[in-house]
Design a protein around this ligand. Sequence first.
Ligand SMILES: C[S@@+](CC[C@H](N)C(=O)[O-])C[C@H]1O[C@@H](n2cnc3c(N)ncnc32)[C@H](O)[C@@H]1O
Length: 246
Amino acid sequence: METDLQNDLNGIYNLYGKLKWREKTVINSRFAYMPIKIIDKLLPKRGKIIDLGCGHGAMTNYLALKNSERTITGIDLSASRIEIAEKSVGNRENIKYVVSDAVEYEFENAQGVLLCEILNILTFDKQKKLLEICYNGLSKDGVLIFKDVKKENSYRYYTIFIIELIVIIIQKCCLFLLRLLSKKLEKKFDEFFSLYFGKRTYQLKPNFSTKEKIEKMLSEIGFKYENITFQNKFFYPQIMYYCVKK
Ligand SMILES: C[S@@+](CC[C@H](N)C(=O)[O-])C[C@H]1O[C@@H](n2cnc3c(N)ncnc32)[C@H](O)[C@@H]1O
């Protein structure tokens, strides 16, 4: 990792206080491979920013630390992830975390929205609904940064598809079996699992989209968009867009 990014990451770890090594690994692995500097440059420097599906909040924290004039809300459906994220807030007033279903989270007059690898976790009808929520929640000229896995005909894509499918099958089977034993156990496992793998409430399979499909959704909703190229450090194909509400 670049030295300045490593320093930023160390600063972010310090916000969380004592983290278990497993939590540290999850934060580190995402942070190290994210085009976080580009996302920071593209998002507005001030105003209301919403990070939908913020996970443990490492990126949300990075964006808030880079610009104190941003007021950032991180949203995630996983209560265990948000519990960790909240540990990092301290007495800062420009950042907060909320447990909520992004598909039900209504907001308004936001200057920026970050949608980073959450769309593929939703069914296709919910994907469209979430993009509409983003559009309606942005003020005029507000910016949506959208990044996700790109569906394409490549080994890298099929590898991530199979990995995701295995994770979903394990989660759904465990939840089904535990539900037969006790609702309490099912809930406990769901939160434990989502701490490491994220919530996958609606998903029965990975719902990755091709470049064409993503662009169709964005333009149908009314976004003006630009495809952002960046050095992809993940093993799977990714795609990123800078979208503006006109
Ligand atoms: C792959 S992670 C991405 C986390 C973060 N955006 C990043 O890129 O590092 C997807 C996140 O979306 C969350 N998630 C899944 N379904 C959600 C929903 N319906 N509403 C809000 N968050 C959701 C998961 O719990 C998980 O933290």
